[in-house]
Design a protein around this ligand. Structure first.
Ligand SMILES: [Fe+2]
Ligand SMILES: [Zn+2]
Length: 371
C-alpha cells in the first residue's frame, strides 16, 4: 500500500502527495465522476451508475484525509471517499505504461526454442499451463498445444479455451482439404507467401488456429511464420520514410466471392498514437484492392515502401519454417505474426478457427497477464 502524505485543494482540483514521493493532481470533474459511493457507482457490476449529463458540476468545499483515504465534501453536500490504493493508479505515465503490451521481437528459427509447447491436458486443466500459453502468445505471438487428438472436436476444445470460436464467412470451426470451397488461394495446394488474414475485415481475426489433422501420400505443406513487428522495426530503422508512409497511408483490401464483398482501408502498420508502439500489422499482398492514388509521389511511395517491408517478411533468415504434425495445434496472433506455407502434394486436411482479439485478450487479462 502506498499511503497519502498530504492533500491540497484549489479552486477546481485536488493535489495528492503520496508517501512514496508521487504527486498527482485530480481535476474536480474527474473526482466527481470517479466517486465510488453507491449512488455514483455499482460496485457489484463495476459500472458507473449515472449518465455523464447527470453528474453535477460541483465544487469541492472540504477535504479530510488519512494515510489510507481522502474524503471530499462537495458544495451540494455529496461526500466522496477514495482509497489511496485507488488514487495512485491514475498517475498518467505509469497508467499508460502499465497498459502497454511488451512483445519480444524475434526473427528466424531460434524462436522455436522460446515459444511455449504445452501438453493439451496441462493447457485445458491447469492454471499454470493456461498462463504459459497466453504468455507465449503475448511475448512471441505463437504457442503450440501438443498431444491434441487429430479431430475437429478435440481442436475445438483448444479454440474455446483460447477465447472462443469466432464466426466469419469462413464458418466457425472449419475443416478443409485442398478442394476449393471459398474463392481463396488458401484452399489450393499452391505455396502461400507470409501474410495476415482478414485485412479486408473492419477487424481482422485475433488468433489464427491451425491443426493439420492429416497429410498423407505427399510432401511439402510446411508452415512459415514471420514476426510482423520485427519487420516493421527493421523498416523503421532502415527506411524511416517508408515506415512513416505505411503507418499513415490507408491501404484498401477486399474479398469477393458470390454473395460477399468485404472491403476495408487502414494503414499496413498501425501504431498507438501515444506510445508509438506498433499495435497491428495488416500485410497481405494478395488481398490488396485495386486503388487510385492522390499523386504520383503517393503511388511511388506505396510501391517502394510496401516492397521494402515485404523483403523482411520474405527473407528466409527472418522466417521460421516447420512441419505441423497431427496432434500439434498452432495458435498465432494474427495482428502480429504473418503466416504462409510451402506448396504440397498429397491429401492434406486442416482444421481450426479464428478467435477474436477481444476474446483472447479477455482471457489474458483475467489471468492478470495484462492490464
Ligand atoms: Fe491465411
Ligand atoms: Zn457519489
Amino acid at each position: 500500500m502506498t499511503g497519502i502524505k498530504e492533500v491540497k485543494f484549489t479552486d477546481n482540483a485536488l493535489e495528492v502527495q503520496f508517501i512514496n514521493g508521487t504527486s498527482i493532481t485530480y481535476e474536480d470533474c474527474w473526482l466527481r465522476d470517479h466517486c465510488r459511493c453507491s449512488t455514483c457507482y455499482h460496485a457489484d457490476t463495476f459500472q458507473r451508475a449515472q449518465h455523464i449529463l447527470d453528474i453535477p458540476e460541483s465544487k469541492i468545499v472540504d477535504v479530510n484525509s488519512t494515510e489510507s483515504q481522502v474524503v471530499l465534501t462537495w458544495d451540494d453536500k455529496h461526500q466522496s471517499r477514495y482509497d489511496s490504493d485507488f488514487l495512485i493508479k491514475f498517475d498518467y505515465n505509469s497508467f499508460k505504461e502499465g497498459q502497454r503490451l511488451k512483445p519480444v521481437l524475434w526473427h528466424g528459427k531460434a524462436v522455436n526454442k522460446k515459444i511455449a509447447r504445452i501438453p493439451v491436458e496441462a493447457f485445458l486443466n491447469s492454471k499454470e499451463g493456461t498462463v504459459k500459453a497466453f504468455q507465449s502468445l503475448l511475448d512471441y505471438g505463437v504457442v503450440l498445444i501438443e498431444g491434441v487428438p487429430p479431430t475437429l472436436e478435440a481442436t475445438e476444445k483448444v479454440c474455446i479455451a483460447l477465447g472462443g470460436v469466432q464466426h466469419t464467412i469462413f464458418g466457425g470451426m472449419w475443416q478443409f482439404t485442398s478442394k476449393a470451397v471459398h474463392a481463396d488461394t488458401a484452399y489450393t495446394n499452391l505455396p502461400l507467401a507470409t501474410h495476415n488474414d482478414n485485412t479486408y475485415f473492419t477487424e481482422a481475426a485475433g488468433l489464427q488456429i491451425l491443426h493439420c489433422i492429416e497429410h498423407s501420400e505427399g510432401t511439402g505443406g510446411e508452415t512459415v511464420l514471420v514476426d510482423g513487428f520485427y519487420g516493421a522495426s527493421r523498416l523503421k530503422a532502415d527506411f524511416p520514410q517508408d515506415y512513416d508512409f505505411l503507418t499513415t497511408f490507408e491501404l484498401e483490401a477486399e474479398y469477393i466471392e458470390e454473395g460477399h464483398h468485404h472491403k476495408y482501408s487502414a494503414p499496413v502498420i498501425q501504431i498507438d498514437s501515444k506510445s508509438k508502439d506498433v499495435k497491428q500489422i495488416r500485410f497481405n499482398v494478395y488481398d490488396r484492392a485495386p486503388m487510385a492514388f492522390s499523386s504520383s509521389s503517393e503511388c511511388r511511395s506505396y510501391y517502394r515502401s510496401l516492397k521494402h517491408l515485404a523483403r523482411y517478411y520474405q527473407d528466409p533468415e527472418n522466417q521460421w519454417q516447420f512441419k505441423l504434425q497431427p496432434g500439434i495445434v498452432m495458435a498465432m496472433d494474427n495482428f502480429r505474426v504473418l503466416h504462409g506455407r510451402t506448396g504440397f502434394t498429397g491429401k492434406r486436411v486442416l482444421c481450426g478457427s479464428y478467435v477474436a482479439r477481444s476474446d483472447w485478450l479477455d482471457k489474458a487479462r483475467s489471468l492478470r497477464l495484462i492490464q
